[in-house]
Write a protein that binds this ligand. Structure first.
Ligand SMILES: [Fe+2]
Ligand SMILES: [Mn+2]
Length: 325
């Protein structure tokens, strides 16, 4: 487990960005709009948030092209800030040999904390500890949600979004047990594809699936149903693209009682943050304007590690209208 230091007397700030779906031109052509949007967004986020760590929620690119992966890794490295990614479904399905090269890029990268972990669990199941001096504070857990599985999904017998495997849930339980006995107060979990609990939470808390509003990133519009805890923000514009059958992961999280917050990507136009069964389930803001994009959702999502544990997330919206109009 890699350890980062929380400076005494201030919070440790984690900035999550996700789903850039970069293209060759994004970084190769300095006048390319998608590249300008991505650079501007990252620069703004870093200026406004001053992150100690950038977590990355997957789907680096949709193009199965090693040069785009190389450019993206260099881009993330260029900020001089440690960063920790999970794999997205597009990364996972880019092909065996290319994927091996992507993993090498991440391992060789200067500021990337990525660990492939046990290959029997997929790729990129690992933990980063945040300590204050020698004292463990909170931990960040990263897990691979794979790409697709074949099962009956919404009428399609051959398809469901990827789910965490049983072996990964066993790893997660052991990992949180170890963290707890080492003195880590709590943890946040970073994944690409939402776990089944996201779907359950939406069904449980809201009467409808979507709510059309441009003000999703501010607190609760009146007409939007508030959950029982009174906590929620964001809007889901589409149904959670989670596995079709219960992956049992929310049960594992609730039973182990260590992870306070889960942050996922994948649904590019969802931004809801809900507390369900005592766990905060959040969709991250999306980085950049490529692939299924709402300009109100461009930005990043922040959690902070305080002396009292991990805070609830906040969305940071970066307006890029001047670049894409
Ligand atoms: Fe994506
Ligand atoms: Mn995805």
């Amino acid at each position: 487990m890699k350890i980062l230091q929380k400076p005494a007397g201030r919070d440790f700030t984690v900035l999550n960005v996700t789903d850039p779906h970069a293209r060759a031109a994004t970084f190769a052509d300095e006048n390319d709009v998608t590249g300008r949007v991505m650079r501007y967004t990252m620069d703004e986020l870093i200026k406004r948030v001053s992150p100690d760590l950038i977590t990355f929620g997957g789907d680096m690119t949709t193009d199965n092209d090693i040069s785009v992966y190389r450019d993206f890794v260099a881009f993330m490295d260029s900020f001089g800030i440690p960063w920790a990614p999970v794999m997205g479904n597009h990364d996972n399905r880019c092909g065996v040999e290319l994927f091996r090269n992507v993993v090498s890029l991440l391992k060789e990268s200067k500021n990337c904390l990525f660990e492939a972990g046990n290959p029997l669990l997929g790729c990129g199941n690992y933990t980063v500890g945040v300590n204050c001096g020698d004292a463990p504070a909170s931990a960040l857990i990263f897990m691979d949600t794979h790409s697709y599985v074949s099962m009956n999904y919404r009428g399609n017998p051959d398809f469901s979004w990827g789910a965490l495997w049983n072996s990964q849930k066993r790893w997660y339980r052991r990992e949180t047990e170890k963290l707890r006995s080492a003195g880590y107060r709590d943890s946040a979990l970073f994944i690409h594809i939402p776990i089944y609990g996201y779907g359950q939470a939406v069904n449980h808390i809201f009467t409808g699936d979507t709510h059309e509003s441009d003000e999703f990133y501010v607190d609760c519009p009146d007409e939007f149903v508030r959950d029982k805890t009174g906590y929620r923000f964001g809007v889901n514009y589409e149904i959670p693209a989670c596995p079709a059958k219960d992956d049992g992961m929310l049960d594992a999280i609730v039973e182990t009682g260590h992870t306070k917050s889960v942050i996922c990507g994948h649904n590019h136009i969802n931004s809801a943050s809900l507390i369900y069964r005592g766990v905060c389930l959040t969709y991250s803001m999306k980085l950049g304007n490529i692939s299924h994009f709402r300009r109100q959702q461009n930005g990043g999502t922040v959690i902070r590690i305080t002396d009292n544990g991990i805070t609830l997330p906040e969305h940071v919206h970066v307006d890029v209208s001047h670049l894409i109009d």
